[in-house]
Design a protein around this ligand. Structure first.
Ligand code: 2AL
Length: 247
């Protein structure tokens, strides 16, 4: 099966981190295609960044459909454009926030999310409510690290994240940690060992859930709101994204 892992920001080094995490867990019969958004913000840290990033993400989904992809992972913790991507795709599309939080709910009765900026924390809290996971998520914690700090080997990011995870375990009564950024994907295994609790990277979780859904023969429902977008002209430079103009 062919799973496309899309980094909706435009930082290729982050795509490399994400693709390595995806390939580390993928089954032998799974081909991982990595993609970086062709346009938009270098990191996604707010509603505006998300809205602009979704255009490049949807372009990658449309290309993926032409490339014969069986499923997709949106590798950004805000799960930007998740439902729009599901409309455009035949196979399953998973966001890393939803995948990680659902995985955490299987292995603990309460988890904490450790994310980047305070404004991103608020977006993650919205997602907790949107996914109906209020009963499982004890707290979302911000480290005030910028997303691109995670790409800087000279930054103190690893120590800051580890300390926040320890505070989450001590103060929130949580049994598991969800890492709240795609750029943290390479930290999960070491942190799990160090902290002695499940530390969940959404990229790995989303890849394994996507594989499972495909293996079960489950694709995105095309009945109701996730049906393919209605065919109509789109004007201006986004005209190629119209479902009249197949690419
Ligand atoms: C993210 C992420 O995963 N990638 C990105 O650019 N922004 N989300 C976040 N919570 O920091």
């Amino acid at each position: 099966m062919r799973i496309k892992v899309i980094n909706p920001n435009t930082t290729q080094s982050m795509t490399a981190t994400v693709v390595a995490a995806a390939k580390a867990v993928a089954g032998t019969g799974t081909e991982i295609l990595g993609a970086t958004s062709p346009s938009g913000p270098v990191s996604i840290e707010g509603h505006y960044d998300e809205a602009v990033a979704v255009v490049g993400l949807l372009q990658e989904i449309r290309h993926g459909e032409a490339e014969g992809c069986d499923g997709y992972v949106i590798a950004c913790f805000g799960d930007p454009g998740l439902l729009a991507a599901r409309e455009a795709a035949r196979g399953p599309v998973l966001g890393i926030a939803e995948a990680a939080m659902r995985a955490a709910s299987f292995v603990s009765t309460g988890f904490s999310v450790v994310t980047t900026l305070g404004r991103t924390r608020i977006i993650a809290e919205h997602l907790v409510r949107a996914y109906g996971l209020e009963g499982h998520c004890r707290r979302v914690r911000a480290t005030e690290l910028a997303v691109l700090d995670l790409e800087d080997p000279a930054s103190d990011a690893r120590r800051v994240i580890t300390e926040e995870c320890r505070r989450a375990l001590d103060e929130d009564g949580s049994g598991a940690i969800v890492l709240g950024c795609a750029g943290m994907a390479d930290l999960a295994r070491d942190l799990s060992q160090e902290l002695g609790v499940p530390v969940i990277d959404g990229v790995g979780a989303a890849v394994k859930f996507t594989e499972a859904l495909i293996a079960l023969g489950l694709s995105t429902s095309k009945r109701g709101d996730l049906a393919y977008p209605i065919a109509k002209p789109y004007l201006g430079n986004l005209a190629p994204l119209s479902f009249q103009t197949r690419r």
